[in-house]
Design a protein around this ligand. Structure first.
Ligand code: PLP
Length: 419
């Protein structure tokens, strides 16, 4: 098979972010869609197929003993056994690395499997990890509840409090972790500052950039060591698969790759194909998610029955300035509060949605709506919910790629139930 033709995309510049629709040609590197369609793929594929065949094999045959020895001695790149990787997986990894501007990517069977794989490969008994507290609750739960059993200490500091994060570093600290944007508050990190703290103390840094994707934000440009995405969301894009990825330097990711082969948290060939196919339209979908997010957020902000809207593209958002400086767009996720509503009145609005479907998740073509108090925090005490910043009248809307006028019309009729 011939080598791939497209290896890199035009990177977002950390000093000069390109707004959408910018006409300026900065370099001759291929654009995002060219990369997402072509990168990582062989030009001429098996059986002359234009698409990558789905190779449904758990094991790969050797012609003879010499070919096994050649493979072990790295003289031939080929498959061995499914747990160590399938052909479609490598294609998707190269594609995602090209989109991120990262040297390497390791694909996992879910976003959580990616986080677990990275933490397990990098942390040992006695090590400490520090989180910004708005990070995905399952990743904090994994560290607090499970890594603690193996002698790893988890600390949490308030999101955006860089001095607190720096003060929490000890000689045992091995990783600083945050999400950006966070969920559901959509706080945006000053990645320069975050990465600088890590470098100053010789501690590795990880950003979960699921809500942004490489289209809107590229943390590696700022000096962050690892970027993680739940590819279940915008990368897969169609609410039909689970996958996750960790990106960074090949050297730093080598132990992660090796551990994945032992843990077995790998994707099936069919899942890899679905992800590869979803990625073909990545830029088209992201543009629409960004447009819909902005249009719907502006509509909600002007609505008399909505008391608060959190969306980084709104001037009212506490992190709007840093978002504008570092991101290309702000995605499809919006959090808003229904005016003068208790949790039951808020649930009425959610239940009245006709186009938006009631479900957790985000990043797919379908618009999803949910009430965080019910979907993610049911059974928590009011004090605990308050400490997470989860209010009774909060609604999370993940705009899909439908026409924004239809999403807005749906919200208009849903909010009207309270009149
Ligand atoms: C969904 C999500 C995850 C977990 O990903 P899965 O693919 O569901 O395992 C992690 N971080 C963020 C920000 C997410 O939205």
């Amino acid at each position: 098979m011939s080598t791939t033709e497209f290896t890199g995309s035009k990177q977002l510049s950390k000093s000069k972010p390109k707004s959408e629709g910018s006409k300026k040609v900065e370099n001759s590197a291929p654009g995002v869609s060219t990369v997402s369609v072509h990168a990582g793929e062989a030009r001429q594929k098996s059986l002359n197929s234009i698409t990558d065949p789905i190779v449904m094999a758990s094991t790969f045959t050797f012609e003879n003993t010499q070919s096994i020895i050649d493979f072990i001695e790295n003289k031939e790149e080929r498959g061995e056994y499914g747990r160590y990787g399938v052909p479609g997986e490598r294609v998707v990894e190269r594609k995602l690395a090209a989109l991120e501007g990262a040297e390497a990517a390791v694909l996992f069977s879910s976003g959580m499997a990616a986080l677990v794989g990275l933490f397990n490969a990098k942390l040992s008994a006695g090590d400490e990890v520090i989180f910004f507290d708005e990070c995905y609750h399952r990743s904090r739960e994994y560290c607090r509840k499970h890594l603690s059993r193996f002698g790893i200490v988890t600390r949490e500091v308030k999101t955006g409090d860089y001095d607190a994060m720096e003060s929490a570093i000890t000689s045992n600290t091995k990783m600083l972790v945050s999400e950006s944007p966070t969920n559901p508050h959509l706080s945006i990190l000053d990645l320069d500052r975050f990465a600088t703290i890590g470098k100053k103390h010789n501690v590795e840094t990880l950003i979960d950039a699921t809500l942004a994707t490489s289209y809107n934000l590229q943390p590696i440009e700022f000096g962050v060591d690892y970027v993680m995405h739940s590819a279940t969301k915008y990368y897969g894009g169609h609410n039909d698969l689970l996958a996750g990825v960790v990106l960074g330097s090949a050297e730093q990711l080598q132990p992660v790759l090796e551990l994945r082969g032992v843990m077995g948290s790998v994707n099936t060939p069919h899942n890899c194909y679905l992800l590869e196919r979803g990625l073909k339209t990545f830029e088209l979908r992201m543009k629409r998610h960004n447009e819909n997010g902005q249009a719907v957020a502006q509509y909600l902000e002007s609505h008399p029955t909505v008391s608060r809207v959190l969306y980084p593209g709104l001037e009212s958002h506490p992190y709007h300035e840093i978002a504008k400086q570092t991101m290309r767009g702000f995605g499809g996720l919006i959090t808003f509060e229904v005016a003068d509503a208790d949790w039951k009145a808020t649930a009425k609005v959610v239940d009245a949605a006709k186009l938006a479907r009631i479900a957790p998740s985000l990043g797919g073509v379908e618009t999803l709506i949910e009430q965080p108090l019910v979907m993610s925090y049911w059974g928590y005490t009011p004090e605990d919910r308050a400490s997470f910043g989860i209010t009774d009248n909060m609604v999370r809307l993940a705009c899909g790629i439908e026409n924004s006028s239809d999403i807005i019309a749906d919200l208009e009729q849903a909010l009207a139930v309270l009149k």
